[in-house]
Design a protein around this ligand. Sequence first.
Ligand code: KE4
Length: 433
Amino acid sequence: MTATTVHRPKSLAAFARAKALIPGGVNSPARAFGAVGGSPIFIDRAEGAYLHDLDGNAYLDFIGSWGPMILGHAHPKVRAAAAAAMLRGTSYGAPCELESELAEMVIGAVPSIEMVRFTSSGTEAAMSAVRVARGATGRDKFVKFAGCYHGHFDAFLVATGSAALTLGVPNSPGVPAGGTRDTLILQFNDVQQLRDVFAAQGDEIAGVMVEPVAGNMGLIVPTAEFRAELRRLTRHHGALLIYDEVMTGFRLAYGGAQELLGDEPDMTALGKIIGGGYPVGAYGGRADVMRKVMPAGPIFQAGTLSGNPVAMAAGVATLTELKAAPPYARLDAMGAKLAAGLGEIAAALNVPHAINRVGSMWTFFFTPTPVTDFATATTADAAKFGRFFWAMMDRGVYLPCSQFEAAFISGATTDADIDATLRAARESLALVA
Ligand code: KE4
């Protein structure tokens, strides 16, 4: 049963058709609306800040394809670049200059990246970065944080243990115990636990992978102390610090979260925005480390469509636009207005809430508890979020379909859109209060 009051027969029929063909009717679980109930809405087209479904409904889009669409959908310059590239062929299986053009832009933008390798997804980028850290250090163990998501690589798919350090155990069938044996799960923002782990095992740890601003348990901001200790301890013990900026890269600043925060990891994983809506991931970092990647070095990694010319062209067009007309100040101002407005509305309605935001990334948590890590994030009332999600959807506002995801404001969003969102939120929060 879903809380929607709008009948969307064409989406329902499309979902029924898809479920007979594709597991769960979707090609990525996050889209199935499992966390909010009901059936996913099938999209007919997207333009600017809006999605349009098969039943003719329009929605102000706060997912933006889970981050990539910072310029808005179907941006004319991105569309034109991809179309022009397609006229020259869609995939060569051989190098082309567009790969170097996007590489130069990424290296020029991201402080920690001296050399970069493109992949076709963020998962490939993150998993390759871990393989490189292991190959470069000769060590097997690596650290991730409960609630951070780095894609579906076996070693990342581990249950989050108790508050104390736990060796990861798989939380998906098909992942052998050995696949996660060397994954250490810690708590985001827990400085003491980090110190304890490195004191005990620091010289066995190949790397630490972290979302420098977490977006996959809802938005959570790292403390300066946590980030400083991550850098100090990894450097002291010869482990590589890997920032997973698949979501935050080119989102929070042109140089990503690391530019905004003034941090310099050893490696960075990227994705989403750098493809402008096409499948692109990337990992990069210190030249001495990246030169160990095959064929320059012995660490293997490959991909048929890595560096695809059409995707590279879309990425170049996207980053060119972001550099020529940086949207970050306006995105931050709209984010601030939205967060303040939501807070005022929720307070007036006595709805317990916590709002976390950095720039254009934000999450409204249905909990009175400040959300600083996975444990506090999971105090949120996910069922209430599901009712809020559908109330907003029925008012033409498309939020991420889970309490534990970040929302994204796009550069195509206007102040009038933010005002309309606040009007919809006032009605929706009153309904679910
Ligand atoms: P992809 O393999 O989905 O391109 O990237 C994996 C990934 C890696 N690192 C971070 C920080 C990420 O956020 C992601 C993917 N993000 C999810 C949304 N939370 C993608 C949505 C989906 O899985 O469909």
